[in-house]
Every structure is written in C-alpha cells, then in structure tokens.
Write a protein that binds this ligand. Structure first.
Ligand code: B12
Length: 432
C-alpha cells in the first residue's frame, strides 16, 4: 500500500473519505488564466457561437465574468428560446439556423439551473416536453433489442437525463433503462476516444438520479451501474494519470469527485490525476472553451450534479482580461506540413507551407486556396467540425477522422491543433 495508501486508509478511518477525490490547491494563477481564456468567447453572441457550456462552467467555478455573465445568459435565452419554440413548420434555411440538438437543449437547461432557475411556465414546460420527446425518440431508435443506433449519442442521452434530473423532472423508467442497459453491456459506449467521456456523462446522470431518487424502482440498478462506471473510469487511467485522455479527465473527475463509494484506490487515482492536470495547465493544454468549461468546476470541487441545488451566492473572484502581449515584429518562420486524404479516389497527398504556429484549419485553408483540396466544416460547441473533404461528405455514422500519420488520432480539432514542421496529417473517412 505504501505511505500514501496508509495515509489515505487512516483518513478513511477518521471519516474524511467523503472528500477523497477533491482537486484542491491547484495554483490559483493557473486557474485564473484558464478562466481568462473564456472571456473573449463571451463576446461572441451569434447563435452559432453561443455556448451554454461556457456559462455552466463559469457558474460552477470560483471565477466570475461580472456583467458579461448576465448578458451572456440573456443572449442564450433569446437565442435558444427563439429557435426551440419556433413552430416546427418553419423550414430551416441553412445549417446555422438548425434547431439545437438534444444535447444543446440539455446544456441550455443546465445553464438555467446554474443561475438557480427552475424551468417553468408555459415556455419552460414546452422545453421540458421537447427534451423528453427527444429522449423518447432516441429510446425508440435504440429499440427493444437494444441493437438500434441513436441519432445523437449515448453522451447526449446521458446529458438529457441529467438536465431533466437537476430540474427535478422525472423521466420514464424505460428511458433510464436504456442508459442502464448500455452501461451494463458496454458495447455501445466503448467507441475508442469517446468512451470515458460517455461513461462519465452517464455516471453524472446516474449520480443525480441516485441523489434525487426520481426513479425509486430502479434504485439498486442505478447504484450498481454507478459503481461500474466508476470502476471503468479508474481502469482507464493512463500511466501519466489521465482518465482516458487529458480531455476526458475533467468529466471523469466531475464524476469521481462526487463519488459516494470512496476507496483508497480512488483517492490514489485522483491524486495522480491532479498532478497530471496541474502539468497540463502549466503546458497550456486547455485552450478550447468547451474543454475549459468542463474543467473549471473540477478545480472548484464541483460537478454538474451540484446543479441539483446550486449555490448562487458563493463568492467568486472577478476575472480581469489577460494583459495583451504585443505582436512580435519578426519575419514569420515557415513550416511544411504534408496533408494526406485517404478514402477518396484519386487519393490526395500534398505538402503545404504555412507560418509556424498555424492551426490545422489554416493548413486546410491554405491547401484549398492553392490547389484542388476542398473542405467544409460545421460549427459546434467544440469548434469547427470537419464534415466534408474533397467533396466527400461524411455519411450517417461516419466521420472524417484526423490523424497524425501513421496512425495517431489527434486529441484536438482542426481549429486547435497546431502541426509541427515536417508532420504528416491524414484525414480518413471512418465509421463509428
Ligand atoms: C460523441 C463525440 C464524437 C462523435 C460525434 C458524433 C456523434 N456520435 O455524436 C465522433 C466519434 C464523430 C467524434 C469525432 C471527433 N472527436 Co469527439 N467527442 C464526442 C463527445 C463524446 C461528445 C460530443 C457531444 O455530443 N457534445 C454535446 C453536444 C451538445 O455538443 P455539440 O457541440 O452540439 O456536439 C457535437 C460536437 O461535439 C461534434 N464533435 C464531436 N467531437 C468533436 C471534436 C471536435 C474537435 C469538434 C470541433 C467537434 C466535435 O459532434 C457532436 C455531435 O454533433 C466529446 C466529449 C466531450 N467531453 O465533450 C468528444 C470530444 C469533443 N471529441 C474529441 C475529438 C478530439 C474528436 C476528433 C477530433 C477525433 C479525431 N482525431 O478525429 C473527431 C472530430 C474530427 C472532425 N471531423 O472534426 C475531443 C475534443 C478535445 C478537444 N481538445 O477539444 C473530445 C472532448 C473527446 C476527448 N476526450 O478526446 N466525437
């Protein structure tokens, strides 16, 4: 067991195990810098760029954005209510006007709860009904034999149940039953890079249901599934300390922090994860606003489950914009990146020259401007999602995977990833 294990064992004996997975005492300057990175995003108020997750993350953190925060929530309300409560007969003109998905509606409801609001009234009831209907439709898509495919994902399914739960809205046992089955049988949840995130989201939904006791006849099954999720996440810890990968660690920790079955193993795993996270904060690994928004609650010992009864009076430090760094007047250094596309005929391999520090999206734009390369993206809460390459649009249950050759899937999207000189990036059409 070693010294650490012995210490944790002793703490357990003293009744302190309930807080065994708290990520405390992370350098407050690093946390503040993380929060500062969200501020510019709070000025982007177009429907395409509004992101309820940012609001939720801030409200569950120990930082605040002053007047910007209330303004952001106001914009979220206007935009989401307008598109969600619009009669379904009005046809969508283009992608940017598309109605929010099940997961986006769920995140919007979490944002309301983060401001200590319960959905209510005629409009609120309609939103709740819409989310319930989304879940029912997905339940039907999964089917009686559990073999069917969701239109969205189990991640969004879990998010939907969680959002209704924190608003104390009950969903039918059969809806919860599909998520329980998926965790009990795992097969659908274990799609490569998304499994820990999905497990964690399912676990957060189960934690909420367990605490709220909204589905009493499924109580034992829920507790068991929760323990199973926790075990799976602990098993997915990497030698560096991440659960899954660095970007699934925030949600994993949101789940583990609230664990009602703390063990010595859990305590040790969390300490290791905390060290890994601290290193990643120093290396500025978290740049994407969605990722930051999932991490901030963890650094304040909070999780989405705390939205059952949020503390809207808790003191939070005001974020000041980061001081601007003057641009360096240097001749930019150029790097060469090889872009390779497989899954299309004829195949495509081309070297692109871009200024050092360019994003992969810049590389793609450059290839498009100067050659036959073509690509399209769709806005999402994580940034631009690559939907089509060289005229080939990813079909249903397919996506354009982004890899560092020969075979390493990137852990960041095209807007965030910055290739190095000489690197080969492959875009590969795969099924999921
Ligand atoms: C489900 C999922 C997928 C599914 C999405 C389709 C589906 N079945 O819904 C698939 C398998 C296609 C996928 C692909 C990728 N994903 Co993914 N995905 C997720 C997951 C688990 C949930 C997303 C979600 O539903 N959010 C909730 C809804 C409400 O938000 P949304 O914005 O409307 O959701 C859409 C976008 O998230 C988009 N999407 C999914 N993944 C990614 C990744 C990026 C970078 C972008 C811009 C968009 C995007 O698909 C969602 C459905 O339309 C998240 C986990 C997380 N912690 O957020 C990872 C996550 C967002 N994905 C991630 C990554 C890295 C990718 C890939 C870049 C992997 C790769 N090397 O190719 C690709 C995207 C490539 C591209 N074409 O641009 C990382 C992003 C980390 C970061 N630094 O930002 C996450 C956090 C997982 C992780 N822990 O590594 N993903």
């Amino acid at each position: 067991m070693g010294h650490l294990g012995a210490l944790l064992f002793l703490l357990g004996g003293l009744g302190a195990l309930a807080q065994i997975c708290e990520i405390t005492e992370v350098d407050s300057t690093l946390v503040e810098r993380l929060g500062q990175r969200l501020l510019p995003w709070m000025d982007r108020l177009s429907p395409e760029q509004l992101n309820p997750s940012i609001y939720v993350g801030l409200r569950l953190s120990r930082l605040q954005a002053g007047a910007k925060e209330a303004h952001y929530l106001h914009s979220l309300k206007l935009s989401y209510q307008k598109s969600l409560l619009r009669p379904s007969s009005s046809k969508d003109g283009n992608d940017s006007e598309a109605k929010p998905s099940m997961g986006q509606l769920a995140l919007y409801l979490l944002a309301l709860r983060a401001n200590c609001e319960f959905v209510g009234g005629r409009k609120g009831d309609r939103l709740v009904s819409q989310l319930k209907r989304f879940l029912e439709d997905e339940k039907a898509a999964i089917g009686h034999n559990h073999q069917g495919h969701l239109r969205t994902s189990y991640y969004q399914y879990g998010l939907g149940i969680l959002a209704l739960c924190v608003h104390q809205k009950r969903v039918h046992d059969s809806v919860v039953g599909k998520l329980l089955y998926a965790v009990e049988h795992e097969s659908h949840l274990l799609q490569d890079h998304v499994s820990v995130d999905t497990m964690a989201m399912a676990g957060l939904a189960f934690s909420c249901l367990e605490l709220s006791n909204l589905n009493p006849s499924q109580r034992d099954r829920i507790s068991l599934a929760l323990r199973r999720v926790q075990e799976k996440i602990l098993k997915a810890q990497t030698p560096e300390g991440y659960f899954g990968n660095v970007y699934s660690t925030p949600l994993a920790l949101q789940l583990l922090t609230g664990s009602l079955s703390p063990t010595v193993e859990l305590g040790m795993a969390c300490l290791k994860a905390k060290a890994a996270l601290q290193a990643s904060l120093q290396h500025k690994t978290f740049q994407n606003p969605l990722m930051i928004s999932q991490l901030l609650p963890v650094l304040n010992q909070k999780s989405y489950v705390d939205l059952i009864s949020p503390d809207c009076q808790a003191p939070r430090a005001l974020l000041e914009p980061a001081p601007e760094t003057p641009p360096q007047a240097q001749v930019p250094e150029f790097i060469d990146v090889v872009l390779k596309v497989s899954g299309v005929s004829p195949s495509y391999t081309h070297s692109v020259s871009v200024p050092a520090g360019s994003s992969l999206e810049d590389v793609l734009k450059n290839a498009q401007e100067h050659g036959r390369f073509r690509f399209r993206t769709q806005a999402s809460l994580s940034g631009p999602f690559l939907t089509s390459v060289l005229g080939k649009k990813a079909g249903e249950r397919e996506f354009w995977q982004v890899l560092q050759a020969p075979d390493t899937p990137l852990q960041q999207g095209i807007a965030d990833y910055r290739p190095k000189d000489g690197e080969t990036i492959e875009l590969r059409l795969v099924s999921w």
